[in-house]
Design a protein around this ligand. Structure first.
Ligand SMILES: *Cc1c(COP(=O)(O)O)cnc(C)c1O
Length: 307
């Protein structure tokens, strides 16, 4: 793992502005976006023990799944390249083969082998039978599921929470995180902390079941509150209102968010503050899960709100 040196501990910054003061809370941001230049945020945390496991098992090849804008594909390509693995990315949607996104171009530069499958086939990505076929076809690679979300990923994310607690000196009332597969939320919950998880997808209600399944073997997990209304149209969709919130947040705090995950979480958090969701005196830690490479995509497609 020494070719993938992280910047640790990542800074914990106190934010201050009128809305935070009005809510009477202490709001921190955990800067996991600064953990590594290409393996960013929660993806570094989630890959850490998966990669250690692949190394321990003497695997030569990593195979994983993702969409054409996936931060996880991006991170796995970079991490695999740095550590000397061959990497294979199974990409959702055959149409992207002739029109590589900036994310996929980067993956290819990092020597990832890209294989494009239909959206229909992609739905089988977690079926045991399908994974057997894939394993045989690609000569038994080390399989990492979509988003890097595995039991091992929870341990890496849990370390982010432990790290935060030693910086803070106590356990915050809540962590706030954006959620795609729910692995990050589950990892924090596994340490016994409470989590506000903001779904980046439309219809994110399913995340509650997925997260409790991930926590099946955890003792005393924290309490989850799932917020499903801040999706802005769905995964990788956004509105001018979200972009203007993001620009305003940057102007006030000098911290860049991105429109797929972290801006939706932060927008939701400010909305909850305005609605007096929090008790005065609460300490809240918003996790900056990274993903800033996705800003490229925003520039490319502007705000046409689509994948
Ligand atoms: C992947 C990603 C998430 C979602 O994490 P999950 O563990 O899949 O819920 C959140 N934020 C960013 C920036 C991401 O890249």
């Amino acid at each position: 793992m020494d070719k993938l040196v992280p910047f640790l501990p990542t800074p914990l910054q106190l934010l201050s502005d009128d809305e935070i003061r009005r809510a009477g809370i202490r709001l921190y941001i955990k800067r996991d976006d600064l953990i590594h230049p290409t393996v960013s945020g929660n993806k570094w945390r989630k890959l850490k023990y998966n990669l250690a496991d692949a190394i321990a098992g003497n695997h030569a090849t990593l195979l994983t799944f993702g969409g054409a804008y996936s931060n996880h594909l991006y991170a796995t390509a970079a991490a695999g390249n740095a550590l000397g693995f061959k990497t294979i990315g199974i990409v959702r949607g055959e149409d992207f083969e002739s029109e590589l996104t900036p994310t996929l171009l980067f993956c290819r530069e990092q020597n990832m082998d890209l294989h494009f499958i239909s959206r229909q086939e992609y739905k089988r990505r977690n079926e045991a039978e399908y994974l057997n076929e894939i394993s045989k076809k690609f000569k038994m690679p080390y399989l990492i599921p979509e988003g890097g979300t595995t039991g091992l990923a929870l341990n890496g994310v849990g370390e982010m929470a432990t790290e935060t607690q030693s910086q803070l000196g106590f356990r915050p009332a809540y962590y706030a995180t954006a959620a795609g597969t729910g692995g990050t939320a589950a990892g924090i919950l596994s340490t016994g902390s409470n989590v506000l998880a903001f779904s980046a997808l439309k219809g994110g209600g399913f995340l509650a079941d997925d997260i409790s399944e991930l926590l099946a073997t955890s003792e005393n997990p924290g309490n989850l509150q799932l917020l499903t209304q801040y999706h802005f149209g769905g995964y990788a969709k956004w509105t001018p209102e979200l972009l203007s919130f993001m620009a305003d947040f940057y102007a006030r705090h000098g911290i860049q968010l991105e429109q797929v995950y972290t801006a939706k979480m932060m927008y939701g958090l400010y909305d909850l503050m305005a609605k007096d969701f929090f008790k005065p005196g609460d300490t809240v830690v918003a996790v900056h899960t990274g993903g800033l490479q996705g800003l490229l995509v925003q520039k490319m497609t502007d705000n046409q709100s689509g994948t």
